[in-house]
Design a protein around this ligand. Structure first.
Ligand SMILES: Cc1cc2nc3c(=O)[nH]c(=O)nc-3n(C[C@H](O)[C@H](O)[C@H](O)COP(=O)(O)OP(=O)(O)OC[C@H]3O[C@@H](n4cnc5c(N)ncnc54)[C@H](O)[C@@H]3O)c2cc1C
Length: 410
């Protein structure tokens, strides 16, 4: 790049949610910005979020929705640029956003790619150079600025933002290489693990349930004690469970824990028990496999009976006192957790560059002028728009400070 523009320039590694919004913020503050993105277009992961619908943020925003080493820093970043500021900005760029009943905010188009497009158009309008197909191999301090080496050449800038993402779903471009860039500047990286990910369970417990989706209550237990509980969709698979409630739970789950599933959260156990008693009295010849019909998904009902060793053909009149056990099992169907589906399938990375190694503006405490934003930091949010909000908020936070430093340079 032009050496004479070096003084007010910023380079951004990664054209994801964090990198794009940081670039827009910097450009609007008059900086000369270049984004280096390894993919053939920016925002590939953003375009795939929320099952393609783009759950960008949430009504209930705050540090309590995040796992982070320094929650106060997260709170400060979200207070400076939170849900309201994000929606206002994206609306000013020409979008329209709506909230669902759970407070999740989506573009009215229900197309995540349309949010990426809004940002792409804005970046082009503000003159941001987005260099795609540029894989950053190394970055180092050079004089007052930075030298960034890509597979095709090298760039120089006064300030550097590493927004290369984590290592969840690496097929979208963020495969964990950003951590090596951070380490080269003397930063550490906390232990990394996949979060918001499908769980592997004992296969026997989910046999015959593949493809079934049920609105369930989910309780995570460790050594008999409750660790986490929530309600939402559980999608049964051949390896275990997926769905919103499972993603939420996965942030807390460990192999060896038990996932206790309430297959009928809308009904109290006692009410169900009485209903089953009435049914067995009214239809004594009814096979056991029909006892739960129209109450619980029939494939799930089969699993419940199988787990209690009740034969499907056994007439209801022979069930005797087993109605209580059946009702209890419907409300407490246990699955032993054997692990998760790994980074390849995860939505987000737990761990990263620790917040205590950056200041409140996401600037490195080790290297002046070096910033981090987004998933590369050791912040991960719950399911529901929290991770994109963090990426956007931390990107803006870093960019605002970079712009101030650029102004001071002039
Ligand atoms: C399937 C899926 C669905 C999701 N749904 C939601 C949702 O609905 N709501 C929500 O809040 N969150 C969701 N998330 C999480 C959210 O997408 C991420 O947390 C967020 O995108 C992180 O933003 P980022 O900018 O930090 O990283 P990324 O979006 O990963 O962007 C990093 C960019 O850096 C580029 N890059 C990496 N290394 C280099 C390099 N060396 N040189 C050049 N470029 C590089 C990558 O190609 C990538 O484009 C979802 C994630 C997945 C995988």
């Amino acid at each position: 790049m032009d050496r004479d523009r070096f003084e007010k320039s910023a380079l951004i590694v990664g054209g994801g949610a964090a990198g794009m919004l940081a670039a827009l913020t910097l450009a609007r503050r008059g900086a000369s910005v270049t984004v280096l993105e390894r993919n053939d277009r920016a925002g590939r992961k953003l375009s795939a979020t929320g099952n393609g619908q783009g759950n960008i943020t949430n009504r209930d925003m705050g540090a309590h929705r995040y796992f982070a080493s320094e929650p106060k820093k997260v709170e400060a970043v979200l207070s400076a640029f939170g849900k309201e500021e994000l929606c206002r900005l994206l609306t000013s760029l020409g979008g329209y956003f709506t909230e669902d009943e759970e407070g999740r905010v989506y573009p009215a188009s229900r197309q995540a790619s349309s949010v990426t497009d809004l940002l792409r158009f804005a970046l082009a309008k503000e003159g941001v150079r987005v260099h795609t197909g540029e894989y950053v191999r190394a970055a180092q301090k050079e004089g007052d600025g930075f030298r960034v080496i890509t597979e095709k050449g090298e760039y120089f800038s006064r300030f550097l933002l590493i927004a290369a993402g984590g290592m969840a779903s690496p097929h979208f471009g963020s495969d964990g290489n950003g951590y090596a860039l951070a380490r080269a500047f003397g930063h550490s990286v906390t232990p990394l693990s996949p979060a918001l990910v499908q769980l592997k369970t004992d296969r026997g417990g989910v046999r015959g349930l593949k493809g079934v989706r049920i609105d369930c209550g989910v309780r995570l237990e460790r050594g008999g004690a409750e660790v986490f509980a929530c309600r939402g969709d559980v999608i049964f698979t051949d390896y275990g469970v997926s769905g919103n409630a499972v993603f939420k739970t996965s942030s807390y789950a460990k192999a060896g824990d038990t996932l206790v599933i309430d297959l009928l959260p809308c009904c109290e156990e006692e009410t169900l028990f009485r209903l089953l008693l009435q049914k067995t009295a009214a239809y004594p010849a009814l096979p056991a496999e029909d006892l739960l019909r129209c109450i619980v998904n029939s494939a799930a009902a089969k699993c419940v009976l199988r787990s209690l060793s009740v034969a499907a053909a056994q007439p209801c009149k022979e069930l005797g006192g087993r109605c209580r056990a059946i009702a209890h099992k419907v409300k407490n169907y246990p699955l032993r957790i054997e692990g998760n589906m790994g980074f390849a399938n995860a939505q987000v990375t737990k761990g990263g560059v620790p917040l205590f190694e950056v200041d409140g503006h996401m600037m490195s405490k080790k290297v002046h002028g070096l910033f981090f934003a987004g998933e590369i930091l050791d912040v991960d949010g719950e399911c529901g728009g929290y991770n994109l909000q963090w990426a956007f908020s931390s990107g803006v936070c870093a960019a605002e400070r970079m712009a101030e430093l650029i102004d001071e340079d002039r």
